[in-house]
Design a protein around this ligand. Structure first.
Ligand code: AMP
Length: 512
């Protein structure tokens, strides 16, 4: 089997390389100079050219290439060129400001930064502070100094033969505390996970994936692109998620991958119905919890069950609801082939079915550690190569994994453990409530206590005392939120995760 991820992709490309690999419909009509469709031949030739350019720029194997650009097909080709050339791809969230980029550059020491033309001067300034980083540009339409230089180089760069343990990418995790950590992912990690997902979700050359996720994150870059590339499928490439655009292009697709907010936005649109999606083979969701309510509403509107899966930057995908078999709302399914999962109690004893504890995973998908942070890496692994995910979970008697919350979101109130999800589910079931988040804040008596932050359904009313009384009827006192705040919406990051760190900060003095 080829060991470089790029040569593995090549081995899966269709025999007829004239087939379309990628289509960017939002580029159609922008004039002859802006391309909107790429065959596998085009993809191979651009990727080879980009890899050649990086060789000409004197990048060596293992050098990091930092990339902070708008989503575009060319940005994907740049990633593939890094894989092909043996360089380490380091994508950065486009929302990162100067100080965040500066920290990442200082930590990862990239040899090359490819950035949006609008931020070139800022990146040159950052480069000056860190020695030898070269800076080139690429915009959302694939133009800029990187593309211009690539157009002038020869195409002949042969794919480098990487070993399975060689680094393919470093992704900085969206840690809510402390400095971001660079998760080191090897060609072998990514290949193992991509192949497991391709097979588990029955991808084939006949598929067309509608791609609306950002590609600076594992979900859009690895889960979505790898399953498509490892099956020689086609991708319809949207620069960003827009419910109307997704609706327009769904008729040509067979698979769609989203974060939960994509689904709630699609469901907000009355035109989103069974007729529109009856031909679809698969909808997947992940990166944040899919509310059971969203799962059920989607099912009743379309007749289709969203397949929820669970993973993280450090591990790729760990579990998935079955492609064939019962997809259960509120669960993230079973460990994928090649992945082991276990739930352990504080003292490292294995929990029985239904018992809550810390979720640990191991397998070829699991990263080798955090870039230049050996102590942090050691802390995150238990004996026997088990990675501590930081997620609190249970595995039920049927083997389905249920996520209960993040370990760091656990609230210890008066010495008792409070799992936010349990209370959030109770509150979310109230007819007036759209959604809720429980966060722990300092409490003068209990050390810590839960505060509920609530979004009500349109035109509904509820007050703090009534809500507290209702929770009290159903739950032990130590679990009852001590304060309740009503807000218009919960703060979310680009992957749809509720930013509990922001809520903790906003309400930190609420119970003092
Ligand atoms: P990231 O590294 O940004 O991909 O974040 C990984 C974290 O997202 C996991 O550790 C989980 O806490 C959360 N996550 C991913 N998928 C799901 C899911 N299906 N349901 C709930 N949380 C999820």
């Amino acid at each position: 089997m080829p060991t470089s991820l790029y040569t593995l992709f090549q081995s899966a490309f269709p025999d007829d390389r004239k087939r379309v690999a990628l289509e960017a419909p939002d580029r159609a009509g922008l004039g002859k100079t802006v391309r909107a469709s790429w065959s596998y031949i085009d993809l191979e030739s651009i990727v080879a050219r980009y890899a050649s350019l990086m060789g000409d720029l004197r990048l060596k194997r293992g050098d990091r290439v930092a990339v902070q650009v708008e989503k575009s097909p060319e940005a994907l080709f740049l990633y593939l060129a890094c894989l092909r050339g043996g360089f380490v791809f380091l994508p950065m969230n486009t929302a990162y400001r100067t100080d965040e980029v500066d920290y990442l550059v200082g930590n990862a020491e990239p040899a090359l930064m490819v950035c949006d033309p609008a931020r070139e001067a800022e990146m040159v300034e950052i480069a000056r502070g860190h020695g030898h980083m070269q800076v080139l540009t690429l915009d959302g339409l694939g133009r800029g100094t990187f593309a211009e230089s690539a157009a002038r180089v020869r195409e002949a760069h042969p794919p480098v033969d990487c070993a399975s343990k060689d680094l393919a990418a470093i992704l900085y995790t969206s840690g809510t505390t402390g400095k971001p950590k660079g998760a080191m992912l090897s060609h072998g990690n990514l290949a193992a996970n991509g192949l497991a997902l391709r097979d588990a979700w029955a991808f084939s050359e006949a598929d067309t994936l509608l791609h609306a996720l950002p590609i600076f994150h594992a979900h859009g870059l690895f889960v979505a692109c790898h399953t498509a590339l490892l099956s020689g499928a086609k991708m319809i490439w949207l620069a960003k998620f827009d419910a109307a655009q997704v609706r327009e292009h769904l008729p040509k697709a067979t698979v769609f991958m989203g974060v939960p907010t994509f689904y709630t936005r699609l469901l907000d649109d009355p035109k989103f119905d069974k007729k529109l999606v009856s031909h679809m083979r698969l909808f997947t969701s992940g990166s944040a919890p899919l509310l059971a309510e969203t799962f059920e509403e989607f099912k009743s509107r379309t007749g289709l069950a969203i397949l929820e899966r669970y993973g993280m930057t450090e591990t790729g995908m760990n579990t998935s609801n079955p492609y064939i078999g019962e997809r259960r709302a509120g669960t993230v399914g079973f460990p994928l082939p090649g992945v082991e999962a276990r739930v352990v109690a504080g003292d490292d004893t294995i929990c029985g079915p239904g018992e809550i504890g810390d979720l640990q995973v191991r397998g070829q998908n699991v990263f080798s550690g955090y870039w230049r942070m050996p102590e942090k890496t050691a802390e995150e692994f238990a004996e026997g190569c088990w990675f501590k995910t930081g997620d609190v979970a249970l595995i039920d008697a049927d083997g389905y994994v249920h996520l209960v919350g993040r370990a760091k979101d656990l609230i210890i109130s008066g010495g008792f453990n409070v799992y936010p999800k349990e209370i959030e589910e109770l509150i979310d079931d109230m007819p007036e409530v759209l959604e809720s988040a429980i966060v722990g804040v300092a409490h003068r008596d209990f050390g810590e206590a839960g505060v509920a932050v609530i979004v009500l359904n349109k035109d509904e009313m509820l007050d703090e005392a009534i809500l507290i009384a209702r929770v009290k009827e159903k739950m032990a006192n130590y679990k009852v939120p001590k304060r309740v705040f009503f807000v218009e919406s919960l703060p979310r990051n680009t992957m749809g995760k509720v930013q509990k760190n922001l809520l903790r900060e906003t309400y930190k003095d609420a119970c003092r």
